[in-house]
Design a binder for this molecule. Sequence first.
Ligand code: NAI
Ligand code: MG
Length: 489
Amino acid sequence: MAKKTTKKSNETGWDYAPSLESIGHIDLKESYDLFIDGKWVKPSSGKYFETINPANEKVLAKVAHANEEDVDRAVKAARKAYDTVWSKMPASERAKYIFRIARLMQERARELSVIETLDAGKSIRESRDIDVPLACNHFFYYAGWADKLEYAFPNRDFEPLGVAGQIIPWNFPLLMAAWKIAPALAAGNTVVLKPAETTPLTALKLAEIIELSGLPPGVVNIVTGFGDTGAAIVEHPEVNKVAFTGSTAVGKHIQRAVAGTDKKVTLELGGKSSNIIFEDAPIDQAVEGIINGIFFNQGHVCCAGSRLFVQESVAELVVRKLKQRMDSLYVGDPLDKNTDIGAINSKEQLEVINKYIKIGIEEGAEMYQPNCELPDKGYFCRPTLFSNVAQSNVIAQEEIFGPVLTIQTFRTVDEVIQKANNSPYGLAAGVWTDKGSRIFNLTSKLRAGVVWANTYNKFDPASPFGGYKESGFGREGGLHGLRAYVKLK
Ligand code: NAI
Ligand code: MG
């Protein structure tokens, strides 16, 4: 099934033979039901939908479409598990279950990585080295907190919120499930989670792992479906907390839906993050950071460094090196270990990205794409750089969520702060400079939840992540992430 990675040109003229990850060791069923109250149950409508591999458009499995009735069953199971088991259990026992889930995920890391790559289109290198290890680490990290909550919230009385309804997107399917489930369980809540419709498989594998871990029935319920399933979770009166990661449009819709209820909400929405290169930065490392910032995971990253700001004196050098590096990127089969840029997650998302590329050209920006061939099946996009971009251009303002980078220059620190902050979003930023004082100056003035210094897209379960402005509110990860799942009294 694997195609040769279709890379064509690079400076040295070198090429690598394909190095395909085997898929023989994975276990995928033809069809998946809903995981409710510790059992696999059929959707009450009898409806299933297909999830495909975006790299070759082949169907991977059929997945149940949960409706309101199914969501109600899941929420009731979560409520019962909360009232009768999970909230009564000693915290040290809860910790053991979370720890066990982490261990089981680690044992199946290889299978989870391959399934993630098949279902989402992301390169195997990323799912294997980033998504899956980070997801395991999240469970390990929060397992550690579960019986130490009195140190997390010293001198405060606290209690769990109850049932958490969690809705996640398709860009980091297993990792987002871990970000949501692990802190909720550690703080003593029970969960109803809905994965995205294009990437439900690793969440369903996680349900199998949870079943294997012996976690009491109903503590975690996984329901698959579309926006209507998500809406049913948000609107269910017995859900005490809604945690959502996805588009700003749906985030706003959720906020309206919970207005006037006492549901707690955390929203992690889009971004248009800036990556700022000063003239004294280590240029080669910065170029790697730019590449990692925007082309990592096909640019399907809410905190992608999609707006590049380069100090005028080094702009020509940076652009030359950047183009050279873009020429050497491998675009193609996500299962190939050489692949840097895998498949775009869905046809719809590819259309969105192509629409923005067209807008960029029409706006008069100058486009650069390496001259690599793309596979004839599947959804692929070349890494794209736009220069000659004005601050007011649509491509510099709106989230594209694809491998598309805009570059602008600046002269002074104040100018770049003003430009970087000129966005409705505020999720992340990167600063590249040799000067420590400048880093501190910028980290305090950039309106972004995360600011990376001389690196980009680095994550750790212990450090909180979240946004300013239209990028949402609430933090995930670290102690802050735990705080989002308790009521402090
Ligand atoms: P989306 O926001 O529609 O989907 C995210 C999740 O929300 C999915 O599980 C979906 O089924 C669910 N959902 C959809 N409508 C809902 C509703 N009314 N109530 C409750 N849940 C609902 O995102 P979509 O359409 O897949 O992507 C559109 C754009 O959103 C992307 O182009 C990108 O710009 C942005 N996005 C941002 C993400 C982030 O990490 N911040 C992740 C995914 C998309
Ligand atoms: Mg899929």
